[in-house]
Design a binder for this molecule. Structure first.
Ligand code: GAP
Length: 437
């Protein structure tokens, strides 16, 4: 059964709130712009996305180690990386209502949406890092920043990572963690926010192999998006022109997704050359070169980076999966999520409260393996329960009915086709494994 994808930002935001994926931060107090909290289903979905990301990296068979750096970093790290000087967005203020916009925001060209004025101050550079002070000392040596990308914690601990993991170039360091940017105009729900999680891979290699690995990772990352179910025609790779490149990168390809508000960056794949390690070597006055056995030389490795925001990816998956079907005159909203990223993989539903006990036993047997990704629900009519599980993208529901007590089977209902088949209770787990494959 094919539904129609009529997803709009408002529909996705409403669904996220109604079903407990994502809420506005501090909603009780009117909310905070550009900040969001994740509810039960949002956390479960993010966890699956992160697991799939790790799986995709490790399934390459390449040498990759894990890292989890601190969010706060001393000023010198951000001086060395160039962020203190260069991590700026161009900003203008409306001369009439004083609202602030990114200079390249289409609203600036079209006139201020708030007051209709089209008079702007000259463009100023606005640094997007959040600054703070460590400890009680109010001097500049205690200045710290919340990291605007996770990558720098890897570069500034490169020596320890190398020596403690017994890795040799080429190898990768993978990190999932929070990053913070004081975006001038946070926009489009989870798309552009001020606090978000990044999944970053820093791949260290010899300069001569950097093109080879750049091409390798572009293909691997594109394949990842297909593997988690994004519609192929909605994803493409777009090479950056020279004037778009970040201050640290010599070439960059964006993985873009076709959102309802246009093709936008989902992930950046960048050749960072050896810029970061050279800079940290200079600022720390430490030698960050490594011995390369293949060429029998000392070198400061080059870096190919893959970087994607968890929330932005979650948003693209929701847009991609959102469908409205009409079944015999009845409307239903359904998320056609891949089982790999569906927050709830399966639900066990007794047809009547009288059947709770035997149905609950099936659920209990699945929980050790699937944890919170399986649910039990005996509240409300079966129709209402199906509608909820369709709307949160649960691939299969197992219904325990009065015949189950006689034939030892449950009805497996397929979310997408609505096909129903009897499955022996003994084979429910196997059935689920086949669904996940
Ligand atoms: N270390 C490289 C780096 O941070 P980036 O292109 O600035 O590169 C990488 O960010 C990814 O992080 C983006 O492709 C996007 O998925 C996510 N991201 C960046 N800024 C974001 C924001 N304000 N809100 C949500 N996600 C963001």
């Amino acid at each position: 059964m094919n539904g129609t994808n009529l997803a709009t930002l408002d529909l996705i935001i409403a669904l996220c709130k109604r079903r407990g994926f994502v809420y506005q931060s501090a909603d009780l107090y009117g909310g905070l712009n550009g900040l969001y909290d994740f509810g039960h289903l949002g956390v479960l979905m993010k966890n699956k996305i992160k697991d799939e990301w790790y799986r995709s990296l490790f399934s390459t068979g390449l040498d990759i180690v894990l890292f989890d750096g601190s969010i706060l970093g001393p000023e010198i790290v951000w001086q060395a990386s160039g962020h203190e000087q260069n991590f700026n967005d161009p900003m203008v203020d409306c001369m009439n209502c004083k609202r602030r916009y990114r200079a390249d925001d289409p609203d600036v060209a079209n006139g201020c949406p708030h007051c209709g004025s089209n008079k702007w101050t000259a463009v100023q550079q606005f640094n997007m890092m959040f600054q703070t002070n460590l400890g009680a000392a109010a001097n500049s040596s205690a200045t710290a920043y919340l990291r605007p990308e996770t990558a720098q914690t890897i570069f500034s601990n490169f020596k320890n990572i190398m020596s403690s993991n017994r890795v040799k170039v080429p190898f990768g360091v993978a990190q999932i963690g929070k990053a913070f940017r004081n975006e001038i105009t946070p926009k489009q729900f989870l798309f552009r926010v001020r606090e978000f999680e990044q999944m970053e891979l820093e791949w260290f290699c010899h300069k001569d192999e950097s093109q080879l690995f750049f091409d390798f990772w572009c293909k691997a990352r594109f394949d990842f998006y297909r593997s988690i179910g994004l519609t192929e025609k909605n994803v493409h790779l777009r090479p950056h022109s020279k004037d778009e490149l970040a201050h640290y990168s010599s070439q960059c390809v964006d993985v873009e997704y076709q959102f309802p508000f246009g093709w936008k960056e989902l992930e950046g794949i960048a050749d960072r050359s050896n810029y970061d390690l050279v800079q940290h070597g200079l600022f720390s006055k430490k030698d960050l070169s490594v011995y390369d056995e293949r060429t029998a030389t000392s070198l400061v490795p080059h870096v190919i980076e893959s970087s994607v925001g968890v929330g932005r990816l979650l948003l693209s998956i929701l847009f991609d999966a959102y469908n409205q079907d009409t079944i015999e005159g009845d409307e239903r909203t359904v998320l056609r999520l891949s089982p790999k990223v569906a927050p709830i993989t399966a639900a066990i539903l007794p047809l009547s409260k009288k059947l709770t006990e035997p149905a609950f036993k099936i659920f209990k047997d699945l929980v050790p393996q699937y944890g919170p990704h399986v649910e039990f629900d005996d509240t409300g009519s079966i129709g209402k329960r199906y509608r909820r599980y369709d709307e949160i993208g649960t691939p299969v529901c197992f219904t325990y009915d009065f015949d189950s007590q006689v034939d030892g089977c449950v009805t497996a209902r397929n979310r997408d086709t609505l096909a129903q088949e009897r499955v022996s209770i003994d084979f429910v787990n196997q059935y689920l494994q086949d669904v996940i494959k």
